[in-house]
Design a protein around this ligand. Sequence first.
Ligand SMILES: C[S@@+](CC[C@H](N)C(=O)[O-])C[C@H]1O[C@@H](n2cnc3c(N)ncnc32)[C@H](O)[C@@H]1O
Ligand code: SF4
Ligand code: SF4
Length: 451
Amino acid sequence: MTAKLSAPVDVQIELTQACNWRCRHCYNYWRSAGTTTKSGRHLSCDDLFRIVQELTTNRVPSITITGGEPFSRRGEVFTLLETAKKAGIHASINTNLSLVRKEDIEKLADEHGGVSILFSLLSADAAEHERLAGAPNGSYVRVIETAALAIQHGIPVSLNMVLMRENLHAMEVTARLAKNLGVRTFCATKALPNAHAPDGAFLLSAEQVHWSLAELMRIEKLLEIPVDILGCYPRCLLVDTPAYQRFSHRTCVAGYTTVTIGADGNVRPCSHMETSYGNILHKPLADIWQKMGGWREGEFIPEECHGCPVVAACRGGCRVNTLTPGLKNMDCYADTRRLVGLPQERLASRLPEEIGNIPTKVIVCPQVRFRDEPFGALAYRIDPLAIVLINHSATAFLRTVAEKREKFDLSSFLERSGAMTESERRSVERLYQKLIRKGFLMTPTNQQERR
Ligand SMILES: C[S@@+](CC[C@H](N)C(=O)[O-])C[C@H]1O[C@@H](n2cnc3c(N)ncnc32)[C@H](O)[C@@H]1O
Ligand code: SF4
Ligand code: SF4
């Protein structure tokens, strides 16, 4: 299914431009090299109410609160969380944790149960972390103590380590720290180029990318910790390596499933870029999203990628990674030579994992919501956040059984799907399994069983 969504799935909200750290690699376009952004613009409470209203109108299921450092405006963080909660929108927070207080953690745990945190750490070595983040002495200890406290309070916390040439060596020790802290996921994300350090001296080479992904997979097995990457790579970089099956499903989501709202209200397809398509404080999100249509229609897929056998899935890698200005330039990690002469089967993406025991009868989880889309619907649930795209026949069936709270099984799902060929039946079965795995379908409880 080629998804051309009617609205974003997740919206990043840059609550403020201010930040107390000065990470050299930081992509925030308003920064200049090696400086903190002590003040800068921020969204007022009125702006936040207006934004959440727009997101509600467009049935956006999820937001990510980011910046700058969001906790330099802690009052607005909680206003936004409160407003989003009332609107039934899932929220997560990106933070460096250094300004988060004990009472913030308690408030998050007591009043905002489903909210998750992704915190930035550049190394398990305190001196290295503080040097790369331009953070004052003692920041590291504060961050680790706060992460431990949040985890103790049951908040889902993940760690994001931005990978650069200088900290690549520290992947395993940092993952060990993450494991000992009890974080949900250890993310290792390659640094992207930024406007104030365009020479990219800190960026990984293609060889280092290959090494880092192999290392991440090694760490996952060794430490038994869930791992992930937050960026995307061109498929032609990863093809014919073990990382292909594991990580090539990550593609660029800018303007496709996400947008970023800046501290000035401007809506941008990509957090890393300054280009805006309109201001949400003055214009409906639906109009701005429509104006961004080119991002979903493949307008910026580089010419060199046209004709590539995996262009539909890869979409030409990352637009920020072109290094030189120009959205249609090739991702600097793309390596088309690796595709030459490769048989089709080696280009196949990983199949989703199957679940062992498929329950005989299921019902649709009462928390599932459907957002109409041109191809069918976006089915979502908020706590925990899960999203699945489904076609018209699956939408019609699931809506009906959800309304009636009716029990059903795989054969009735298959029957109503209209699947004719063996491969269509296989993909309906996979969808059914995915719906179970993600908690959209569940075994009826005894009470529901009696209805
Ligand atoms: C801009 S920060 C804002 C939130 C908060 N101040 C923090 O550092 O977590 C959002 C996320 O982008 C990551 N990040 C910053 N610069 C980056 C870059 N050049 N490439 C990739 N990720 C980057 C950070 O580590 C963080 O996870
Ligand atoms: S802490 Fe976050 S916002 Fe601040 S400089 Fe570092 S990456 Fe940028
Ligand atoms: S040639 Fe382009 S579309 Fe094909 S894998 Fe490489 S970057 Fe992706």
